[in-house]
Design a protein around this ligand. Structure first.
Ligand code: DC
Length: 228
């Protein structure tokens, strides 16, 4: 069976990573969460005082970026952990502070250039499932299988809200909805690699689907793409 590149793009909080991880597990492919890389850069900037009151010190970040190392490691259960300069930051990059600052950081052209270069190296030998916003359009425009995932914004906000409650946080639904909408807007209006559906991507609106249903849907597309 040929080893392909699977690009899963789409809006935030629509279950891209859940379906990408499940497919990688079933197929033995490597899963790469590109959003985690932008989150790690954001955490770096926050820790070094390069974001103050929402204002990014872009010149300084650009100077530091070549020295920042971002990587992944996999624990005994196969779960991916993001490493920032060797430190496991998986938990911290999912917090509200990083979430609130990641969209403007990921809109900086020099940040995108550096991350895309790393992503291309990670995926060069195939057999990968990569999720993000610009995988099918910019990182791997020749990916054999491209999926564009979306869901209604209230459904996505509810999923994010439930996740936060499960983690013991006490979110306000309206704030979560506002964050989802804001990120959609920034992600799809930035100048470099805005979020958009690749012309040859297959669209999945999973607003009314269960996780097993979406996994089955994706597996069927994987089987078709690898059989060709
Ligand atoms: O998928 P996520 O929510 O973890 O992504 C975090 C942010 O990173 C999101 O605001 C969009 C941005 N991102 C991006 O610009 N390009 C990617 N390939 C992946 C994520």
């Amino acid at each position: 069976m040929k080893k392909i590149i699977i690009a899963i793009d789409g809006h935030s909080s629509c279950g891209k990573s859940t379906m990408a991880k499940a497919l990688a597990k079933k197929t033995g492919y490597t899963y790469i969460d590109t959003g985690a890389m932008y989150r790690a850069v954001t955490l770096f900037a926050l820790r070094h005082g390069l974001i103050a009151d929402g204002e990014i010190k872009a010149d300084e970040l650009e100077r530091f970026l070549p020295q920042v190392s971002i990587g992944f490691m996999y624990d005994s259960e196969g779960m991916q952990h993001t490493l920032l300069d060797g430190e496991d930051v998986e938990r911290e990059i999912r917090g509200m502070e990083v979430s609130q600052n990641v969209s403007p950081v990921s809109a900086l052209p020099f940040v995108r250039e550096a991350m895309v270069a790393q992503q291309r190296i990670m995926g060069q030998s195939g057999a990968i499932v990569m999720d993000g916003r610009d995988i099918g359009t910019t990182v791997f425009p020749n990916a054999e299988l491209k999926i564009f995932v979306t869901a209604r914004d209230d459904v996505r906000a509810q999923r994010r809200y439930d996740e936060m409650v499960q983690k013991g946080e006490d979110p306000v639904f309206e704030d979560v909805l506002e964050n989802v909408r804001q990120r959609d807007w920034i992600d799809s209006h930035r100048e470099v690699s805005p979020l958009r559906q690749a012309d040859d991507a297959i669209v999945l609106d999973n607003s009314d689907m269960t996780i097993p249903q979406q996994d089955e849907w994706l597996m069927n597309h994987f089987i078709m793409a690898t059989a060709e």
